[in-house]
Design a protein around this ligand. Structure first.
Ligand SMILES: Nc1ncnc2c1ncn2[C@@H]1O[C@H](COP(=O)(O)OP(=O)(O)OP(=O)(O)O)[C@@H](O)[C@H]1O
Ligand SMILES: [Mg+2]
Length: 228
């Protein structure tokens, strides 16, 4: 699903955010991306979804070399990738339903099908009863769940989640994790960047640790940090 070889990203301001990163993530995997603030986690996810372009090295996602994607190919490329941003912005002037429908409307799915799929994912995240309200009327955790519903409504092959449990209480965080586990069981590959030690330790999934843009650990069924 994702293959990186000596992937390097240097921003225009000179910051070397990723350096010679090589890794391989297979279809169906659940991977945690950990490491201190500034380690390059979001940068990696942004390269995968092609919000940023590599400075050097090779990155292929779902069989496409991202550096070679033409501008007009990018929307199509992103269609099968779900993304939960670190700041999970919802459209404030759209209802929950409209926020989630949007991804399908832009790809011209027919209205009956949109309604069916949106109802399904809102039910999955436990927010069907809030479908017609606006984001400002929701708690942070509910907004996060809408963001998750929006990311999975087009049945992505790959789901990128950047701190999807940031700012959530432990119970709500676990609800989100259970949802992600379920989505992964249904076949979606998941890469999740997080600082949440307890979640990583309890999930027992593959852990890729970055530090200053370099890969420092890649462990199946790993923990948040190396055991002392
Ligand atoms: N658009 C940008 N322009 C310039 N520098 C950037 C940009 N985005 C990130 N950086 C820098 O690149 C480095 C890696 O940042 P990145 O956001 O990938 O870290 P992170 O691991 O996601 O951190 P956090 O855990 O705080 O979210 C940091 O030094 C950051 O300041
Ligand atoms: Mg980040």
């Amino acid at each position: 699903m994702i293959q990186a070889r000596r992937l390097t990203k240097k921003y225009d301001n000179g910051v070397l955010a990723l350096e010679n990163l090589s890794l391989h993530i297979k279809k169906g995997e659940f991977v945690f991306l950990v490491g201190p603030s500034g380690a390059g986690k979001s940068t990696f996810l942004n390269l995968v979804i092609r919000r940023e372009t590599p400075t050097d090295g090779f990155l292929s996602v779902a069989g496409r070399n991202v550096a070679l994607l033409k501008k007009q190919e990018i929307p199509f490329f992103r269609r099968r990738i779900g993304y939960i941003f670190q700041d999970y912005k919802l459209f404030p002037n759209k209802t929950v339903r409209e926020n989630v429908s949007f991804a399908l409307e832009v790809i011209e799915v027919d209205p009956g099908e949109i309604r069916k799929r949106v109802n399904f994912v809102l039910d999955l995240v436990g927010l069907i009863h809030k479908a017609e309200v606006f984001p400002s009327e929701l708690s942070g955790g509910e907004q996060q769940r809408v963001s998750l519903a929006r990311a999975i409504v087009n049945r992505p092959l790959l789901l990128l989640a950047d701190e999807p449990t940031g700012n959530l209480d432990p119970d709500t965080s676990w609800e989100i994790m259970e949802l992600l586990r379920e989505i992964n069981r249904r076949g979606t590959t998941i890469v999740m960047a997080t600082h949440n030690r307890e979640i990583v330790n309890r999930m027992q999934k593959r852990v890729i640790a970055l530090e200053k843009g370099r890969l420092v650990r890649d462990e199946s069924k790993g923990g948040y940090a190396v055991e002392a």
